[in-house]
Design a protein around this ligand. Structure first.
Ligand code: HEC
Length: 191
């Protein structure tokens, strides 16, 4: 206890016999509190003032693009042939890249998990433009049905994305549990 007695520290008021000490918040605590407010203002000004490249979305996109580039450098230039597509269709690490492309660009027409919407069901054994697995990459690159299925070769930032997306589409076959849009086209043998 310091020089003051307990009695000196007591505040005057008294609620049903309950009294309290005059204990101010410690300086470091108030300092921290004010600091967070100052930080939030600076943060808001820096990240949300609309300057290009400073929002967390822009930062995310930049970092994601860097990661993409690094990962693609690891792969080299993939060729859209049967062996390559089937190899990556069984490689969970790279399938995630195809899945991300699919979710961002294809789900609107092909439905969640490729079950079909405007575009055909990609999980069944019936295909309109595909006879063998490498045709998937061709359809993705060049489109089909006069643009009803858009061509993606100039829209995706890296050619490997087409191969990895084709691998993801190939991997969807048989995963629909028989649900989704009714079959279109003819039945083709397994990949
Ligand atoms: C604007 C709507 C639309 C978008 C977006 C779209 N597709 Fe399609 N896709 C279609 C349509 C429609 C067809 C059927 C074309 C036909 O009738 O021959 C199709 C066909 C296909 C086929 C061939 C299916 C078959 O039965 O032969 C594949 C594979 C395919 N799309 C993959 C993709 C992928 C991968 C993406 C995303 C990168 C994508 N599509 C984005 C509309 C779309």
């Amino acid at each position: 206890m310091n020089a003051k007695s307990d009695q000196d520290l007591l505040l005057d008021h008294n609620y049903d016999g309950i009294q309290e000490y005059d204990n101010p918040l410690p300086g470091w605590w108030s300092g921290l509190f004010v600091g967070t407010i100052v930080f939030s203002v600076l943060y808001l000004l820096y990240h949300h003032s609309g300057v290009e490249g400073r929002s967390i979305y822009d930062e995310y996109e930049r970092e994601a693009a860097e990661v993409f580039e690094k990962r693609f450098a690891e792969l080299g230039e993939l060729s859209p042939d049967k062996e390559t597509i089937l190899k990556y269709a069984n490689d969970p690490k790279w399938l995630a890249v195809g899945e991300a492309v699919f979710k961002a660009n294809c789900v609107s027409c092909h439905g969640d998990g490729g079950l079909g919407n405007v575009g055909p069901n990609l999980t069944d054994d019936y295909w309109k433009n595909v006879e063998s697995v490498e045709d998937i990459a061709k359809v993705i690159a060049n489109g089909a049905a006069g643009g009803a299925m858009p061509a993606w070769k100039n829209r995706l930032s890296h050619p490997n994305q087409i191969v990895l997306t084709a691998a993801y589409v190939a991997s969807l076959r048989g995963k629909g549990g028989g649900g989704g849009k009714p079959p279109e086209g003819r039945e083709i043998p397994p990949w």
